[in-house]
Design a protein around this ligand. Structure first.
Ligand SMILES: Cc1cc2nc3c(=O)[nH]c(=O)nc-3n(C[C@H](O)[C@H](O)[C@H](O)COP(=O)(O)O)c2cc1C
Length: 184
């Protein structure tokens, strides 16, 4: 196997991680910006910390460094067009990219909280950790609101409607039955 083939195999496996999709927003000195991220995760319950991976080259990096605060809007399945919009390099810069949306400023960060999101969080940036071609941002959650709906999910490079079906308890509590054909 060539090293190029190996890279494909490794990336294919990592793409099996199903994640939520969010729009990370930053506001500083009357400039706002947003970008689609699928790397938001809960890190700590006490203090309440989340992590987000942001491309080092992202247009938000400088703004975030100045603001030291950010917001995260967890998208519902109905908001899938926003995932495309905030990942489009051709979108307008600054506040103009929010023109067609309903939003309000987060009381803590001033960054856009997008209406209709499953949840919106306002965070204090507590650490920026270089990680390969990304930075891992750690944020202490200071403000939050929650909405209703089904989550938008990212899986194998595609967006999915995260219809949630709760598994019966006997399946989730039976490791013996879980280890069957299909496990490798
Ligand atoms: C579903 C999806 C998930 C993404 N997840 C991330 C992510 O976690 N981190 C990141 O830096 N970029 C991610 N991107 C790519 C950025 O949204 C995209 O590169 C965007 O154009 C960057 O704009 P910026 O330079 O203003 O940050 C994702 C894109 C999509 C469509």
């Amino acid at each position: 196997m060539t090293s190029a083939d190996l890279t494909v195999v490794l990336r294919q496996a990592v793409r099996r991680l199903a994640t939520s999709v969010a729009v990370l927003t930053v506001w500083h000195d009357d400039v706002a910006s947003g970008t689609t991220v699928s790397s938001v995760t809960a890190i700590s319950r006490d203090p309440l910390l989340i992590g987000v991976c942001l491309r080092a080259e992202s247009g938000l990096t400088e703004l975030l460094g100045a603001a030291q605060r950010f917001a995260v809007n967890v998208l519902s399945a109905r908001q899938s067009p926003l995932a495309g919009w905030f990942s489009d390099p051709a979108r307008p810069r600054g506040l103009d990219q929010f023109d067609h949306l309903e939003w309000e400023p987060d009381a803590f960060s001033g960054a856009p909280w997008i209406s209709g999101s499953l949840a919106s969080l306002g965070c204090h940036l507590t650490a920026t950790i270089p990680a390969g071609d990304h930075n891992l941002l750690l944020g202490k959650v200071v403000t939050a609101r929650s909405g209703e709906g089904t989550p938008l999910l990212h899986f194998t490079g595609r967006l999915h409607d995260g219809i949630l079906r709760i598994l019966p308890r006997e399946v989730t509590h039976s490791p013996v039955r879980a280890v069957g054909p299909g496990w490798s």
